[in-house]
Design a protein. Sequence first.
Length: 81
Amino acid sequence: MQFRYTTRFRRSYQDAPSEVQRAFDRQVGLLVMNLRHPSLRAKKYNVGQNIWQARINRNWRFYFLIEDDTYILIDIMAHRK
């Protein structure tokens, strides 16, 4: 799989705390190996727009699309409780 990062994602990643950035980097490694890895808890967030959500840690999530063999990373943000 390949990755493409939106401008919005890049900006959100840079603004995220460094511990969240490191956790994301670990989680994206799991995403490459297995979309269904239990640590990711990946699920369709918006079926109509084909947007997925995956867990970074207890408080942060990242959002992405899957197009052919490419993950398009849309955003990273604190999870609303």
